[in-house]
Design a protein around this ligand. Structure first.
Ligand SMILES: C[S@@+](CC[C@H](N)C(=O)[O-])C[C@H]1O[C@@H](n2cnc3c(N)ncnc32)[C@H](O)[C@@H]1O
Ligand SMILES: O=[N+]([O-])c1ccc2c(c1)CN[C@@H](CO)C2
Length: 284
């Protein structure tokens, strides 16, 4: 590499590190309880509304986990935040589930749920009941599903998707990698730009075994969201074409893309998201 190219690369690396550091600063005010109130209560989580966002997400995840091609022992949820909905179907398929997040406040929120009912900031019962119904079980089986999830969560780990190795080396992941990754509203919400989003997709690909699946949910057209009162967090605005291009460019085979467009009733003033994507992809 000649001197000029070397200088340009060093400048780009410095810019990238500044952008990532700025995102870290944004997250210092993240408020799990407020975030849950903003996004995981009605209208966005209204199980009696056909057009509510959360039931759409749960339907995508249920189909993806149960249509027969996803399986193995280990599921890793990348950037769990304070939420559990993303593993309510997967916990029936995998015997070992790792939840992960960058912030201790979120890992603490998840630990509180694991201790038993009534300790966490949100009552996940309606979610558990809804996924039981998707599985053809009676809603009262939610207690069995809660017990199943508590039994398969193996650890709640720190993660940083901007590191080439996002998990600490002694994280007990199998050497070959996880059998499946799920990640929801994380990569585009923690990356300063599209290139960083795509790089992060490549970093988490290293957590996955060849033949393993990635289930990715994210925001379309979103430039910011509120992570708590007065905590405005910038987001990489994505469109469908960029999502598909980034998934392919980072080494996955795209299996399918599903898109939800927000109706007016789902715009509640906590972000400017216009749509939600669901991607099922596979590591060759
Ligand atoms: C918008 S929240 C998504 C939470 C949850 N997965 C959901 O579906 O609502 C983004 C999450 O990314 C986490 N995060 C922030 N920086 C991160 C990083 N560098 N690597 C991994 N996760 C990060 C935050 O702590 C937060 O929990
Ligand atoms: O409607 N929802 O279910 C929902 C859940 C979480 C999030 C959004 C929407 C939009 N903003 C993202 C952060 O970028 C977080």
């Amino acid at each position: 590499m000649d001197r000029e190219a070397k200088n340009e690369k060093e400048e780009n690396d410095r810019e990238r590190e500044k952008g990532v550091a700025a995102m870290v600063a944004c997250y210092q005010g993240f408020d799990p309880a407020a975030y849950l109130q903003y996004n995981y209560m009605p209208p966005r989580a209204d199980f009696d509304r056909q057009d509510s966002i959360v039931p759409w997400k749960l339907g995508c995840l249920h189909r993806a986990f149960t249509e027969g091609d996803v399986g193995g022992d280990v599921l890793v949820d990348v950037g769990s935040g304070p939420t559990l909905y993303q593993v309510l179907s997967g916990c029936e398929v995998f015997d070992t589930v790792f939840l992960t997040d960058f912030l201790e406040v979120n890992r603490q929120e998840l630990r509180r749920w694991l201790q038993g009912e009534g300790y966490s900031s949100l009552d996940w019962t309606p979610y558990l009941q809804h996924v039981c119904k998707l599985e053809g079980r009676r809603p009262s089986a939610w207690t069995e599903k809660a017990a199943r999830l508590r039994s398969v969560v193996s650890d709640i780990l720190p993660i940083d998707v901007h590191l080439p190795r996002p998990l600490h080396p002694d994280s007990q992941l199998p050497t070959a990698g996880a059998d499946c990754l799920v990640s929801c509203f994380c990569l585009e919400s923690v990356s300063p730009d599209l290139a960083s989003f795509t790089r992060a997709l490549g970093h988490i690909r290293g957590l996955l075994r060849p033949g393993g699946h990635l289930l990715l949910i994210g925001a379309l057209g979103e430039s910011y969201y509120m992570g708590g009162p007065g905590v405005r967090i910038p987001v990489v605005p994505l469109d469908e074409a960029q999502v598909c291009a980034s998934v392919r460019a980072s080494g996955y085979t795209l299996v399918r893309l599903e898109v939800y467009t927000l109706p007016q009733g789902m715009m509640v003033g906590v972000d400017d998201v216009t749509g939600v994507f669901f991607v099922k992809a596979r590591k060759p």
